[in-house]
Design a binder for this molecule. Sequence first.
Ligand code: FES
Length: 100
Amino acid sequence: MNKPKYHFFVCNSFRLTGEPQGICNKKGAPGLLQYLEEEIIDRGIDAMVSSTGCLKQCEKGPVMIIYPDNYWYGEVTEEIIDEILDALEEGRIAENHLIT
Ligand code: FES
């Protein structure tokens, strides 16, 4: 298996029981996950997407992290995903959406 260049993690608020019950999930993270997957394929970005349990930034949810750069983005929407991916493709950071 080739390792992807980027790994995106989208909080889906999974609890230990496996149930998604937190803020990110309630704020639409499942739809974002699908949107992100489709955008990555459409844009041909070498990346993998995973959903996670709570990333302890609930007040900034939905939260998305990009590795290996360790960029943490908050209050993510489909429009913001577009901005983040545009920036990534241009070698920039979507700084106005970073969690600081
Ligand atoms: S539920 Fe997403 S950061 Fe806590």
